[in-house]
Design a protein around this ligand. Structure first.
Ligand code: UFG
Length: 328
């Protein structure tokens, strides 16, 4: 069985991808320092505890194993925090990622799947956004992803290193089993916080910015189910192993929802009232991000299964109800 090193595999997206890899006959080896991931998310899978900035540990692992490809989910992800603490983002998402890439190159591991982001586009000129749109990030977070994509293109020219960058739009929802799902400490993402407001009458969700040039003045995002993202990773991996080319794909549903529409969806699905309060814009947030995923559909044969926002929110609600009992 082909072994795939999944850095950050005990986190939200990584843990869903690990299950998709196993279902498709790959052998995922999880590499995570558990700084934001959860051991419980990967019970029953092989877990090596370590940091992507630890060159020696990575080289030792590459020597001992036959790793066909590395998938890198070990990344900081909060746009707002990256504006306040840019060096934290450049250090982890760029410097440590470079160490990981160096360990791979020095060990002869030449295939890489990179978790990139819609944040590389900044304020888009064309919507839905195609992959060849201008990359002009508006946050340090988005710049870290852009920089790594550039590094990967340089490696493609300088060596036999090949990679696929997957530009996620807004990952959302949870595994239908309810066993794993979104959990960040502190939580900054919209859907989990709206769920919090559904569960706790005293908590009100802040709506960041109500004067954007959108249909109701709040930001528009393209929410894509985490299992659909996971499927795309396996398809991208199979293409990379077969065709040996450096590529980039958008992963989104192609439809955008405003913050108020997300709140309304959670109200419909949960049947509960949601407390909300208007707040100033959050620095770094583009007004609208909607994907064109035509390339992934055409070239990878990707077919997202969760097209409706309510069906995504339903899986998130099942997870939220369960995780409170489990204490994540
Ligand atoms: N929002 C609120 N109130 C909150 C939290 C969020 O109004 O309490 C708004 C944000 O301003 C934004 C939208 O809800 O307009 C979505 O915000 P999230 O924090 O859930 O997600 P982001 O769009 O900021 O970022 C997410 C990932 C990034 C990824 C990006 C791609 O965290 O890693 O999606 O679009 F790059």
């Amino acid at each position: 069985m082909r072994e795939i090193l999944v850095t950050g595999g005990a986190g939200y997206i990584g843990s869903h991808v690990v299950r998709a890899l196993e279902a498709r006959g790959f052998a995922p080896v999880i590499y995570d320092n558990l700084s934001t991931g959860f051991r419980d998310f990967v019970r029953g899978f092989e877990l090596v505890q370590g940091s992507i900035g630890d060159y020696e540990t990575l080289c030792a692992l590459f020597r001992e194993r036959e790793i066909a490809c590395v998938m890198n989910f070990a990344s900081f992800i909060a746009v707002g925090e990256s504006v306040e603490l840019p060096l934290r983002y450049y250090e982890n998402n760029v410097s440590r990622t470079v160490t990981l890439l160096r360990a791979m190159l020095d060990s002869g591991v030449k295939r890489f799947i990179f978790s990139s982001s819609a944040a590389v586009y900044g304020e888009p000129e064309i919507v839905p956004i195609p992959e060849d749109a201008r990359l002009c990030p508006t946050s340090p977070y988005g710049r870290t992803k852009h920089f790594v994509e550039e590094i990967l293109r340089d490696l493609d020219v300088s060596s036999e290193f090949r990679s696929v960058s997957l530009r996620y739009f807004n990952a959302a929802g949870a595994h239908p089993s309810g066993e794993i799902g979104e959990s960040h400490v502190p939580e900054t993402h919209l859907i989990p916080l709206v769920m919090r407001a559904a569960m706790d009458e005293s908590y009100r969700i802040k709506v960041f910015g109500t004067d954007y040039d959108t249909r109701d003045g709040t930001c528009v995002r393209d929410y894509i189910h985490v299992n659909d993202l996971a499927d795309a990773h396996v398809l991208a991996l199979e293409k990379l192993l077969e065709e040996d080319r450096t590529l980039a794909y958008n992963l989104g549903n192609g439809s955008g929802f405003t913050v108020r529409e997300v709140i309304e969806s959670v109200r419909r699905v949960t049947g509960r009232a949601i407390g909300q309060i208007d707040a100033p814009r959050r620095p770094g947030d583009p007004a609208s991000l909607i994907a064109s995923s035509d390339r992934a559909v055409k070239e990878l044969g990707w077919k997202p299964r969760y097209a409706e926002l309510d069906s995504i929110v339903e899986t998130a609600w099942r997870w939220e109800s369960r995780r409170l009992r489990k204490g994540y």
